[in-house]
Design a protein around this ligand. Structure first.
Ligand SMILES: [Zn+2]
Length: 424
């Protein structure tokens, strides 16, 4: 069903990316990380319940807690809030009036300047998007729209599964699920971080590391700590940085190569040798065809590693811009079948990388672990600019549940689906 969904939305796809980086790349050249121009983003929550055990007020509290999780990250200017509620119980019978429909290639309902948070009380909306029975494992999805060629989203939505699963979700888990979906809505991709890339959804998902080691933006609902992982903090801050972010953090940039050729779509992660914090990015995450990668990091000493994207992370679970389906470049040579490579830079692994605030450390990282390190390079600001005065404007008069006016052919990008397996 995912493939079918992708086919539908591919009609509107000009360039898409999913990295812990940006979910969507667009802009004039197709490699601008897309964000909301105004980092003060208001969501419009529906008025129904979230399943049989949580009424509207109880569910809203979880959404507010999820807002706080992101708002509390001090290196980002993002500010999520609740605006006017949608005075309707949105369910399987009427969701087409509030969010884009799964079976309609015309993108609509993306021109009303509302960002709905939808409580899918019985899972019927998720089933409508991902196929009958999907709501047994898909716990939510989210997306935002934008005009082709533009660099900022117009508006977005998140759908949260309220159905009672075989193992009912706790408030803590639902808060994290909502936070994950909001992350997609404002532009964050999935992240693999330093988690074992052989984890399998139905066999050992969430089992290879302590829950605390899983990013919130991992493709499966494994984290159970109600805060962001350092990788989530870095991803958010790259997209919505505070003014002094680039002065108070250091940059690690480079290219990931195999026999001189760029490796597109491999997972790269660094680990702080003193705190153990891990941060990841996908090679060529900006789709430049060079194997380029860049991370902003707290000053410190780091090891650098590479592995392949888990071959279950495609489609709605994709990590990075080259995992849209199981045949995409992340799953072909030279990006596939990388168990783990540790950067050695000509010495014995691991090479220790010094990251200094306000400076860039630039590496050439070869797939065999060899390479080079250059310290003290000028830092490059790779983040979008933001305007707190920017307002959403309703761009089409053609409303209603039908087709949008032609100029409104916004790109609704690959819809990430967040999954949980009941064995946990
Ligand atoms: Zn997701």
């Amino acid at each position: 069903m995912l493939k079918q969904l992708y086919t539908l939305f591919a009609l509107f796809l000009s360039a898409s990316a999913m990295a812990a980086g940006p979910l969507v790349l667009e802009g004039p050249a197709g490699n601008t990380p897309v964000s909301y121009n105004n980092p003060n983003i208001s969501f419009n929550i529906e008025s129904g319940s979230l399943g049989p055990t949580r009424d509207n007020d109880a569910a809203d509290q979880l959404v507010l807690d999820a807002f706080a999780l992101w708002n509390n990250i001090p290196t980002s200017i993002i500010n999520l809030s609740q605006a006017g509620d949608i005075p309707v119980d949105i369910d399987g019978s009427n969701f087409n009036s509030y969010i884009p429909g799964p079976a309609n290639s015309a993108i609509h309902n993306d021109n009303d300047c509302l960002n709905p948070v939808v409580y899918d009380s019985d899972g019927s909306i998720i089933d409508a998007f991902f196929g009958t029975g999907a709501s047994d494992t898909v716990v939510g999805f989210a997306a935002s729209s934008l005009f082709i060629g533009q660099s900022y989203f117009t508006e977005g939505f998140a759908v949260i599964n309220g159905k009672t699963l075989s193992r009912p979700l706790t408030d803590n888990e639902l808060t994290l699920i909502i936070a994950h979906e909001l992350g997609h809505a404002f532009g964050l991709d999935h992240s693999q971080a330093n988690i074992d890339n052989t984890e399998s959804f139905e066999i050992d998902s969430c089992d290879s590391a302590p829950n605390l080691a899983y990013p919130l933006m991992y493709p499966w609902a494994c984290r159970d700590n109600q805060n962001a992982h350092p990788d989530d903090e870095a991803s958010l801050s790259m997209l919505y940085p505070v003014a002094d972010y680039y002065a108070t953090h250091g940059q690690l940039s480079g290219t990931f190569l195999s026999a001189g050729a760029p490796v597109l779509g491999a997972n790269l992660w660094v680990q702080d040798t003193s705190t153990g914090a891990a941060y990841s990015i996908v090679s060529d995450y900006l789709k430049q065809g060079t194997g380029f990668f860049s991370l902003m990091l707290p000053q410190g000493t780091y090891e650098l590693h590479a592995n392949s994207i888990n071959d279950e992370f495609f489609g709605g679970s994709s990590v990075g811009p080259y995992a849209s389906d199981m045949n995409d470049l992340s799953f072909q040579a030279p990006a596939n079948n990388i168990g783990q490579v540790t950067f050695a830079a000509g010495g014995a692994p691991p090479a220790l990388l010094t990251i200094t605030s306000g400076e860039a450390t630039v590496v050439v990282f070869n797939k065999d672990g060899s390479g080079s390190i250059t310290l003290g390079e000028p830092i490059a600001d790779l983040s979008p600019t933001h305007d707190t005065a920017a307002v959403c404007t309703i761009t089409s008069s053609g409303g209603g549940g039908g087709s949008p006016s032609l100029p409104l052919l916004a790109a609704l990008f690959c819809i990430p689906a967040y999954r949980i397996f009941s064995k946990k």
